[in-house]
Design a protein around this ligand. Sequence first.
Ligand code: MG
Length: 260
Amino acid sequence: MKTTPMLGVLAATALEFSAVTPQIQPHARAAELQKWAVHDESRPMPPVVDPGPAGPPAPVPADAIVLFDGRDLSGWTNAKGGAAAWQVRSGYMEAVKGSGAIKTTRVFGDCQLHVEWASPAPGVGSGQDRGNSGVFLMNMYEVQVLDSYKSKTYADGMAAAIYGQFPPLVNASRGPGEWQTYDIVFHAPRFDGRGALATPARMTVFHNGILVHDNETLTGPTAHKARPPYKPHADRLPISLQDHAHPVRFRNIWIRELQQ
Ligand code: MG
């Protein structure tokens, strides 16, 4: 059958997507993503939206699993499974430079995750070197933690970005030292019996109560200067928090498991 050049272009595009996300209708934002190199400095920054002032810690739903209640790190270890070496102070924990990431002792797949964090005050440094940490679903899919209040970096690495892939829809950041919230709905990727990707990971994220990712489809694990493809992994893995050498604080972390 003869195809017009236009149809040829469409077929080629469809083929590209089928290689990345088989059996998945390409998401409009995934198409948009193809235009931008990872950490592309020319990618537009999202508009700023003032979320209003910080409040007290959010209430914990009755069916939530509390991962950190401000008192101790009993539910956490370092990357190797040893004692988590972050500082616990009055009601919060703080990343300790050089101590490495910490991860939950429990493992999770599909979930609703609530995290509260604050970047150091006064703010020091610039770009990625300013209040950097991260919330990693399954230890590999990062929602960036960064001081992005009146501070610029590449769009896919700012606060609430799905790191290296998707900037948030808006910049809903509060200033240094102010408590901020992430509410994340995460659907783990699925792999078939042969280890091939069946369905990719998806995330919906609210930053300080404002929608910043609307059922976004991830291209694979998040990474620095790369967009690696999916690799098969377990159905459930730990949540982890990044040590990026900055004393970022966390409090009131809880999770609700979704039916899997
Ligand atoms: Mg980070």
